[in-house]
Ligand binder design. Structure first.
Ligand SMILES: [Zn+2]
Length: 427
């Protein structure tokens, strides 16, 4: 009781200090710090001009910089969703849930939009949206996934380009780089699953290899949409840097695991979307979580509350089991939700993805790394995903320890983006 009143008194003293605070500058005092890879213990973290300037057991706030008392709380890097498809409002929704960077995995965004995303990434000013990286348009054959989703495009809008059998794959990939793709997406999926026959055009194995080879030749990271084991094998042996979506038609075998480890191929599992397609009620329970509900827009509540009519529970179970197997074998796992698929919402669903990764067999620490340091390392974006001097001051202060209970990522006290406190009011 005595200690408690002392700390309340000290907190009162700190908050009563004349507010000379400049935005983008703060000293966070006394929180336990998870730096993106491990729990460091109690550290003071100093932010100046939007970046982490110093971290030590004890730091003094320079004149004019406000101290935030964070004793008993846990500070983690801003979260990264490694697989989304950006739609209007996506990045603002993401930021409200502590997702400070998103990796878009197929987008028809135009060059001015991509250039605006690039400018925001490079800045440390006050922003209202998560930072965005994008694959731009991915390589798929005419009519192949995701072209079926573009059928209802408004009249007059151009369909995104595809890689037809006679096309020059190298020219297609060079055009992606010229259009602003930060990495190259290749998609191979004919819709075959246990009990379901092929429903979509896909590359022949030879054309799939040609697409992968041309993508690799750009020097960019190559991320490959697969869902079937046979396609995963071809992708891994022909230059894929990451598999997007866990294999869901068969168990991953030792040969594939060994090849992924030898070549450093990462896995983005997208379990939140698999769960939704399986008709699981995880998304509805997420929407009802008192730590999540107040920050959801009506539209997000609608998305999370959808009951998907196509039940694919076998796919979800297989995807989860395969993700756990890869994680235990030491393959890099990247957290990605595949929002806005049915039953997902930008930002909020990443907290479900983390819980599903733990349920699949990752430790809470591995799951946290999969949404912080792992994607930052994989995509070569060294200025984020870690609490370390030089990093962008993208951070979450939590009421709870997510290295013990992963759902503590939802109990957000404060979100800083570039050192500025994020307004979590849904709009
Ligand atoms: Zn996707």
């Amino acid at each position: 009781m005595k200690l408690r009143s002392l700390s309340i008194f000290l907190t009162a003293l700190v908050t009563a200090t004349p507010a000379l605070a400049r935005d983008g500058n703060v000293l966070i005092h006394g929180a336990r710090v998870f730096d993106g890879t491990r729990m460091l213990g109690v550290r003071d973290v100093l932010v100046t001009d939007g970046r982490i300037a110093a971290m030590a057991r004890r730091l003094r706030a320079p004149a004019g910089i406000e101290t935030v008392e964070a004793k008993g709380r846990v500070l983690i890097p801003g979260l990264i969703d490694g697989h989304v498809h950006v739609f209007p409002g996506a990045q603002a929704d993401a930021l409200r849930f502590g997702v400070t960077t998103v990796f878009d995995m197929y987008s028809i965004a135009d060059r001015p939009t991509i250039d605006r995303w690039r400018a925001q990434r490079a800045s440390v000013g006050k922003v209202a949206e998560a930072d965005t990286y994008t694959a731009g348009v991915g390589a798929t054959p005419p009519g192949g996934h995701p072209m079926e989703l573009f059928k209802d495009m408004p009249a007059g809008m151009a369909m995104p380009p595809t890689l037809a059998p006679g096309d020059d794959a190298d020219a297609f990939m060079r055009a992606r780089v010229a259009a602003g793709s930060d990495y190259i997406k290749v998609l191979q999926d004919d819709g075959t699953r246990p009990g379901r026959s092929a429903s979509l055009p896909a590359f022949t194995p030879k054309r799939f290899v040609a697409a992968l080879t041309a993508a690799k030749a750009t020097g960019k990271r190559v991320v490959v949409h697969i869902q079937q084991l046979a396609d995963a094998r071809i992708a891994v042996s022909n230059g894929a840097d990451a598999l997007e979506h866990a294999v869901c038609d068969a168990p991953v075998d030792d040969a594939l695991i060994a090849a992924m480890k030898a070549r450093g191929v990462a896995q983005t599992a997208t379990l939140a979307t698999y769960a939704g397609l399986a008709g699981a009620d995880d998304a509805r329970r997420l929407a009802a979580d008192p730590a999540i509900a107040p920050y959801l827009t009506a539209r997000q509540k609608g998305m999370l509350g959808l009951v998907w009519k196509r039940q694919r529970s076998a796919d979800f179970a297989m995807a989860s089991a395969n993700t756990g197997r890869l994680a235990r074998a030491g393959v890099t796992i990247i957290a990605g939700t595949d929002t806005p698929n049915p039953t997902t919402a930008f930002g909020a669903s990443l907290h479900l993805e983390l819980a599903l990764l733990v349920r699949a067999g990752l430790t809470p620490m591995q799951a946290l790394a999969s949404a912080t340091s792992a994607p930052a390392t994989f995509f070569g974006t060294a200025d984020r995903g870690r609490i370390a001097p030089g990093s962008k001051a993208d951070m979450l202060l939590l009421d709870g320890d997510p290295t013990r209970d992963i759902t503590a990522t939802r109990r957000i006290v404060t979100i800083w983006k570039n050192g500025y406190i994020v307004d979590r009011t849904p709009r």
